[in-house]
Write a protein of this length. Structure first.
Length: 410
């Protein structure tokens, strides 16, 4: 059930909406000026929805609720939330349908990757397409050419993702998340082997396996499910095709083992979220953007988003035997991150900085998915990373805990 987030005051927004509300003679509601769009955006931040509602559906529900509530009477926080609750329930009760997302991926024709099954979806590289799928996909590519400045790659491999969803928006979101997760694990396999890269000329993404700019959603028979398309906002140019070579089998084994460990995790969705943020951070040739995004992933994986960079650095350093050195490196990276955010500074060493930070994020992802100590959450793992780093201090803590156990046992 939707609820207001405590930090906000919905009265202020509902009062302003009521002031600009107009009701025509036939009872239809409209809003004067341009404030209504801003109000809908604000309301999206002020309301906590069911986690299964995709962002685009949240905006649709909020927008529709403002008109329904306005037609019934005064717009108030209570009337808005009531209509939003009804629309959310209607959405969640909608039966799921079968869809197929089609896009392109930077994999060569000579690289044969077996079908991947994840979360009920099948992900097929070099996907066989029937006439309807080919025709409708081509139609959407031609329709969107102006949007991508005729820069859609011609030699990327077709890839498809089967998915179920209550709406086209939900289906596309699910399909792209599942595809990006698997792609994230594939890229993690390769990226973690490279600790430094020195590039000349154009800035290429770290990831070797990226998506083309245009994604289309189809029914299983190949017809279009919607005339809308989804796109990669940071896509700029095609990259060199990934051919895998002798490492394909090793990459697949790594992916299967990663997914096996993930199924055992008590906080699976957090790990999936971290992998999605990681792979999307490294899809772009804007290395400063990649760096800032990676720092956010590091904070997430150390459970330190609200605790400050000192905690992020201390918890990350704990994972390494040369903690003092790692602490110095991370402090250096933190200082660059702060300059970049607050002063807009850029460094000629940004590629090296990005690769340094990348290696720590990768280590933490693998630490969490392996979960050798049976942590129940990222917060639980963070408590472990706050442990003393000297044996004497640990022994003293163990001794005190034994005394505490005896004390509470009477």
């Amino acid at each position: 059930m939707p609820v207001w987030i405590k930090e906000y005051n919905p009265e202020l927004i509902s009062e302003r909406m009521e002031k600009v509300k107009i009701i025509s003679d036939d009872g239809k509601v409209s809003f004067s000026g341009f404030e209504h769009s801003e109000h809908v955006v604000l309301l999206n931040s002020m309301i906590k929805f069911n986690k299964e509602i995709p962002e685009i559906e949240k905006r649709r529900i909020i927008n529709q609720a403002t008109f329904i509530a306005g037609a019934k009477g005064a717009i108030t926080p209570k009337s808005l939330l009531g209509e939003i609750n009804t629309l959310e329930c209607n959405y969640l009760s909608t039966p799921e349908q079968n869809y197929r997302l089609l896009t392109d991926i930077s994999i060569s024709n000579s690289c044969q990757i077996p079908t991947v099954y994840f979360e009920g979806s099948s992900i097929i590289v070099h996907a066989p397409l029937n006439v309807a799928a080919k025709t409708n996909r081509k139609k959407m590519v031609e329709k969107s050419q102006y949007f991508f400045d005729n820069n859609i790659p011609k030699n990327y491999a077709p890839i498809s993702v089967t998915v179920k969803g209550r709406s086209t928006a939900e289906a596309a979101d699910k399909a792209l998340d599942r595809l990006d997760f698997i792609r994230g694990v594939w890229n993690l396999f390769h990226n973690r082997k490279t600790e430094l890269r020195m590039s000349m000329g154009s800035r290429d993404p770290v990831n070797q396996i990226i998506l083309g700019p245009l994604h289309t959603l189809h029914h299983r028979n190949g017809t279009l499910a919607t005339e809308s398309w989804w796109y990669e906002s940071k896509y700029r140019n095609a990259i060199k095709l990934y051919n895998g070579g002798v490492e394909i089998d090793s990459m697949q084994k790594f992916m299967l083992n990663f997914c096996r460990l993930l199924r055992k995790s008590a906080y699976k969705q957090d790990i999936v979220h971290a992998v999605l943020r990681y792979v999307r951070a490294l899809d772009t040739g804007d290395w400063d953007d990649s760096f800032l995004r990676l720092w956010g992933v590091l904070e997430f994986l150390t459970g330190s988003q609200a605790d400050g960079s000192k905690v992020t650095i201390r918890r990350t350093s704990y994972m390494f035997s040369d903690r003092e050195y790692v602490n110095q490196v991370l402090s250096h990276l933190r200082d660059y991150r702060n300059m970049s955010v607050h002063e807009g500074s850029e460094s000629g060493d940004i590629e090296s900085l990005m690769y340094q930070l990348k290696s720590y994020v990768e280590r933490l992802i693998e630490f969490h998915v392996a979960n050798k100590f049976c942590f129940s959450s990222i917060t639980d793992a963070a408590k472990f990373l706050d442990s003393p780093n000297e044996k004497e201090a640990i022994d003293k803590q163990i001794s005190r805990l034994r005394y505490a156990k005896k004390f509470i046992s009477g």
